[in-house]
Write a protein that binds this ligand. Structure first.
Ligand code: SF4
Length: 355
């Protein structure tokens, strides 16, 4: 494991708060209202976020964050000695408080080892002592992530009664322009992002053939429009299929950084996405979104842009919440046709929303 050999960037005089970010992209987006509340409560404090490399770009798109520190730890590994060495370096930053968003023991170890006096988080894995301002939730109740995280800005055992603003991300124009140039795209033509991946499993994926049919419909109706496929290297194979069926699309899955994907989404005329982390990024950038649901509940974490459509066939077997279709036919996605998605997408393209 590589712990930074050089010290962290020079400490500013401002008191600092450390937030340890969730490890999932969608959850990281849902943590933004907590950061906004912390900034409102402590405007003079700088907020650092410790985040895994794969979610760090989401934190970099939050206006409240002063510095993003990427964790050098391997996913799922305890690495006690490395955490102790890293915590010693964090100690130099002079944090006055830490908010630990993951519920695992290993992340709560870091602020305790770093000697941070106020350590806020949920009980999680019985993290007594490590967390000294402990919150409790009802594990049996359905968990809405925005209030779950935002509650950490309040005293334990209080309900958040005030309205919580929805998550919001920000990308500046320079980053957007640079990304379009790097990827050979035009800022003068409309851009539609497709997110055909789904980390959770194949059951959440709208078929590649349907994405390709939708791309063809867009090309016929709006030949100027640029369609980009976004996703991680794990989504590359399904995007290969779409590209083979509809060659005019730009296949960027696994070929762009998440920073670049966020910059593209920030300028998109529309996003068509499976139930995935990129969907929540598009919502937080307030882009028009069409979300496609099969085995998951469209009411659980719906898109929250001003223009958002959740499409689901609401089959009697849904939401099964399975990674693979237990019935073998995958009708929840197969029977959600390209025409059904084209109808709201066409309406979005006829009334563009400025990014
Ligand atoms: S069981 Fe029903 S909801 Fe679940 S994947 Fe299959 S078709 Fe979709």
């Amino acid at each position: 494991m590589s712990v930074p050999s050089a010290p962290f960037p020079a400490c500013a005089n401002a008191p600092r708060i450390l937030v340890i970010a969730p490890n999932w992209i969608g959850d990281a987006v849902m943590a933004q209202p907590l950061l906004r509340l912390l900034k409102q409560q402590h405007p003079e404090h700088a907020i650092d976020v410790l985040a895994a490399a794969w979610v760090a770009p989401v934190l970099r798109a939050m206006a409240e964050v002063d510095t993003v520190l990427e964790t050098p730890f391997k996913h799922g590994a305890l690495q006690l000695r490395e955490r102790w060495r890293y915590a010693r370096q964090l100690r130099q930053r002079g944090y006055v408080a830490a908010y630990v968003l993951p519920n695992t023991l290993k992340f709560a170890l870091i602020p305790w080892l770093a000697g941070i006096p106020k350590r806020v988080g949920y009980k999680g894995e019985s993290r007594y002592v490590l967390i000294n301002l402990m919150h409790h939730d009802d594990p049996a109740a359905p968990r809405a992530m925005v209030p779950f995280y935002a509650a950490l800005a309040t005293e334990p055992a209080t309900q958040i009664t005030m309205p919580i603003a929805r998550p919001s991300l920000f990308v500046n124009e320079t980053q957007i322009a640079a990304t379009f140039t790097q990827l050979g795209l035009s800022l003068l033509k409309p851009l539609i992002c497709f997110a055909p991946g789904a980390e959770f499993g194949n059951a959440k994926r709208w078929p590649a053939s349907h994405f390709a049919q939708l791309a063809d419909q867009v090309a016929v109706a709006n030949p100027e429009t640029q369609i980009v496929l976004l996703g991680s290297p794990k989504d590359s194979a399904v995007c290969d299929e779409i590209k083979a069926l509809s060659p005019s699309v730009h296949h960027f899955a696994g070929k762009t950084s998440l920073d670049q994907a966020i910059a593209l989404i920030a300028r998109a005329a529309a996003m068509v996405s499976n139930d995935s982390g990129l969907l929540h990024i598009a919502s937080a950038l307030n882009r028009p979104v069409i979300a496609l649901y099969g085995p998951t509940d469209p009411e659980h974490a719906p898109p929250f842009s001003d223009v958002a459509h959740s499409l689901s066939l609401h089959l009697s077997c849904a939401p099964c919440k399975q990674r693979e279709c237990p019935l073998g036919h995958h009708d929840c996605m197969q029977k959600l046709s390209a025409e059904m998605v084209w109808a709201p997408l066409q309406a979005i393209l006829q009334h563009p929303v400025r990014g």
